[in-house]
Design a binder for this molecule. Sequence first.
Ligand code: FA5
Length: 335
Amino acid sequence: MIEDLKQTFLNELGSATSAADLFQLRVNYLGKKGTVTAALKTLSSASPEDRPLLGKKINEVKQFIEAELDSREASLKSETLKKQLLADSIDITLPGKYTAFGREHPINKVLLEIVDIFVRMGFSVEQGPEVEQDYYNFEALNFPKEHPARDMQDTFFVSDDIVLRTHTSPVQVREMEKRKPPVRFIAPGKVYRCDADITHTPMFNQVEGLMVDKNITFSNLKGILEAFLHRMFGPGTPIRFRPSFFPFTEPSAEVDIGCILCGGSGCRVCKESGWLEILGAGMVNPAVFEFVGYDTEVYSGFAFGMGIERIAMLKYSIDDIRLFYENDIRFLGQF
Ligand code: FA5
């Protein structure tokens, strides 16, 4: 009878294919209510002569079943692991997955370079709003209402009195309203104009500069701008000051640098002139000082405003300003 038990177990073990099947077999044979356990319980009713032999046989079968189950469980575990390893295996001959890293936008890079040069020359950094009152963008900068000079900057109007600032010059007025001279700061930021071609975008960046104190002259302006441009583009770079007009500076100038793209021989970016305009500048018009309550008999100052995209175009030899804002990764990845 005990031999039958062993045979039945072997048959059932033969058809067990999973860990769950093996567990069930262990419960059925060796568990509290299992067949082997039940056989052991019959020992007490066996005759004293038969008991030792019967006990020995049942224990042998029990040990046999335990050993069989242990070995099948171990081999099933290693088979499962083998299958899993095969399924998870990596083909190390395949090319790896490429992760694209972000990097600083070239305009920001140039902007930080400009800020760094002026900060080293003792300028602080200030900011103003991009949605601006007509008063700060025009009126207090000596652009009276209906004055033709307002047409120099193609303005985006939010309402009659609110505009997207067309330049960073309103920060001059806001800062002078806040403090007394001496004043020496730059104000970088975005500005907006209804304008688009290879050297103009509707949104672009400017850096404004203002210095006000006693005895500030045009020579100071020239010295600071030359020092800046030579640091930015190298000491041999040709620079020229041209007379110009801005309502908020008198006298006014525009500053060009020799076109780096064509080396001065003329190209589509410099409109065949060999020069590219990068900034406007001048001595602060006393009319602006009147608006902010500075004593025009005591103080004088200079101001400038430069286009960062133009500077970046020259620095990196880019012949179309719009490339900066097309967000083509092949372009942006080169800086
Ligand atoms: C001004 O905006 C004056 N506020 C600058 C100024 C400040 C003069 C302080 C005097 C004192 P202008 O319109 O020329 O000036 O613009 C200044 C610079 O911005 C230009 O030299 C050019 O480099 C850049 N710029 C102008 N329009 C655009 C545009 N649409 N896209 C890109 N850059 C532009």
